[in-house]
Design a protein around this ligand. Sequence first.
Ligand SMILES: [Ca+2]
Ligand SMILES: [Ca+2]
Ligand SMILES: [Ca+2]
Length: 505
Amino acid sequence: MVQILQTRMVENMNMIRNKKSRIAFIVVAVMIPVLASSASAQSTSLKILWDADGIHAGNHADSIHELVATSDLDGGIFLAWVNDHISSNVYFQAVDENGNIPLGLNGKAVCEAMGEQNSVDIISDGSGGAIIAWLDVRGTNSTIYTQRVDSSGDAYWTDQGVRVCHNPAEINEFSMDGDGSGGAYFTWQDKRLGAGSVYAQHVNASGGLSWGTQGAVVNDAPNWQKEPCITANGTNGAWVGYINANSGWNRVYVDYLNMTGGEELSLPLTLGGTDASGLDITADGMNGAAIAFGYNSSGSSTEYDIVVARVNATGLDWMVNACTAVDHQALPFLLAPGDGSVIVSWKDYRDSLMYETKYAQKFTLAGVPSWQANGTRIMESSTVISGSHGCLGGNGTAFFTWSNSFDIFIQQVNASGSLTWGTGGFSILNGTTQNYDPIVVPDTLGGIIIAWRGRISSDFQALVQRVGHGAGNGMDFTWLIYFLIPLGIAIVLGVVGLVLKKRKK
Ligand SMILES: [Ca+2]
Ligand SMILES: [Ca+2]
Ligand SMILES: [Ca+2]
């Protein structure tokens, strides 16, 4: 066999001595680096950077029941979790850009007060620390507490947390967003007046309540208000979106509260006769906010569409359909690159009534869709999935993560709406353990860090993985392109040589 190959190579060299063949060889030789560099540019250099199974970042003795995450703005990730104890508590964890965990696997306690703490959330404080909030039943009724910590988990505010609203009425849902200056805005529903109403609070960088001990009123009309969500306009105030149940219809409202908690705008976005649910809201970086929601104009409870609107200081700027595809679309999730554009993704059942997929659309500042009509499909699933979180990447891209059959996947959507990987996504973890609820945050270096809950023996632990451009532990097959193209050309030359030789005979 070796002899045959050697013979053919000699024949090929003889052929190259022929003038025409020599020209062909030069053309091919010039094309090799061109083709190789072009193929290399199209391939992604993103790869898995840490241990292939992920790094264990939380190993709490009572198992981790809820896990949330945010960027540390320094290449790493902050985590917060609630343990699975009968009197659960709140913990903070920091993982640096190299996967080090200086606080140890138990993290640092944020709140170990009596009774249950749950529904934890975490955001950056804008200056290297984090603001954590949770629902707390240390007293009679569930209410919101919050704490600001530095990167070592040391508390800035009152030990065991600052109470956000001192009205005794029970609070079962809240939303928060950082003001970028060490403080945060909160909104919630409580039933102090009977039928639920919506309120808001600003907690300043020192842990003080800016809008009184009871919070500012967003909407306390006698009918029901619910599902509030909030986005900060820096320290100048905040937009609050919520459902206002007027005459039996779930209508979408957006209000603007100024820096003293005064209401400057209250905009009804949808009319009676239609229903809305599943709101999300985000500031767009251009003194406006985008709000997205599931919308039912047909009267059917299983055929919702997705609507996106933009509001600014003068009111409603535009409101458009993001998706009117058949079957059910729900739970939109917004990302704002900061240039006024907005990316909305949602759960979608158009491809299968049994298994959800996820689609996304990008809108310009003027409300013009940039990607495929009715959305670009960014993932598919063949089983029940859990989690569908996303974050911004660099250069107008976005990352999304989900778990499918207990494995973890990511997808990158480029600025033009094209996918870096197929709709199956890029596999982060394909193991024998059960893995749930992945969250993705930017690593501030063009890559991402993913955190999720994984079942290790009988307990759930926090795991993290970094995907980026550095030297990684994952396999990178870019080098194959440089090997395969010259090999392919050599084979073609060999075949051509044989054909020419046969013709001569
Ligand atoms: Ca507790
Ligand atoms: Ca009310
Ligand atoms: Ca639909």
